[in-house]
Design a protein around this ligand. Structure first.
Ligand SMILES: Nc1nc2c(ncn2[C@@H]2O[C@H](COP(=O)(O)OP(=O)(O)O)[C@@H](O)[C@H]2O)c(=O)[nH]1
Ligand SMILES: [Mg+2]
Length: 232
């Protein structure tokens, strides 16, 4: 019997950092021995797939770019056929896979995934869009299995109050988890990794994060983090 491959969606508005998150997570997952492939969705191009291929961290055949040609949420919710076909191709070509990511095209706060397509999904918003985003009750953010609030490093530059974001995101999400991340330094990614390994992949060994992932919120990337993430 073929082993079943976990599928994890990544949704959220344009520019919130969905692809940046993948650029961080794929190498971290590989370090944990997880066999990964990625399906990206773009409206009329293969931009995100090409960007990930250029990174060189995965064989290019493990990255498929789906051109949705329509509202991004149609391809992850109403009719996910194109994404299901891409997943089928990856599963057939790489039977060793443990996890397939499906990055949605950038969409609005209402955008959710069909659970016919994925097992769980992350919804990424970014601090630069304003500290009022969590209280706007977007179904994507409210219902996601893990909400990711990204770009915490830019809060002081855009006048966003992280304390307000934390309070209101917590109120809206209730007991559902939230991660606060900086994809430029790796800060906060330990929570995302923990979610993937424990909740999506059912690993029983606790995740041992690297120093960078756990350092306290600082808005000045250290020399070490700047070096490690220099090409992001
Ligand atoms: N300062 C900062 N910039 C980020 C962070 N994450 C992503 N970005 C930048 O935000 C822009 C959009 O990111 P991208 O991953 O393409 O967003 P997507 O459209 O959601 O896939 C890019 O220029 C990234 O370098 C972050 O945590 N901090
Ligand atoms: Mg993207």
């Amino acid at each position: 019997m073929q082993k079943s491959v976990a599928r994890l969606g990544i949704g959220g508005p344009v520019g919130s950092g969905k692809t940046a998150l993948l650029e961080c997570l794929v190498p971290l997952l590989q370090q944990q021995g997880v066999e990964v492939a990625v399906v990206t969705n773009d409206l009329l191009t293969h931009e995100d797939a090409d960007r990930l291929k250029r990174k060189g961290f995965l064989p290019t055949e493990r990255i498929i770019g789906v051109q949705t040609g329509s509202c991004p949420h149609t391809a992850i919710r109403e009719d996910p056929t194109m994404n299901l076909l891409a997943i089928r191709d990856l599963e057939r070509s790489f039977p060793q896979l443990d996890l397939i990511f499906v990055e949605s095209g950038g969409d609005n706060l209402a955008s959710t995934f069909s659970y016919d397509l994925i097992d769980a999904y992350l919804f990424v918003i970014d601090v630069g869009a304003g500290d009022d985003i969590p209280r706007k009750n977007g179904p994507g953010f409210m219902q996601a299995d893990l909400a990711v609030i990204n770009k915490i490093d830019i809060a002081p530059y855009v006048g966003a109050d992280l304390a307000v974001i934390r309070k209101e995101a917590g109120e809206r999400r209730g007991s559902k988890p939230i991660a606060y991340t900086n994809c430029k330094t790796g800060e906060g990614l330990d929570h995302v990794m923990q979610f993937i390994l424990e909740t999506v992949l059912f690993r029983s060994t606790p995740y041992e994060p690297t120093f960078l992932e756990t350092q306290a919120i600082s808005h000045q990337p250290s020399a070490l983090s700047a070096q490690r993430f220099a090409d992001r």
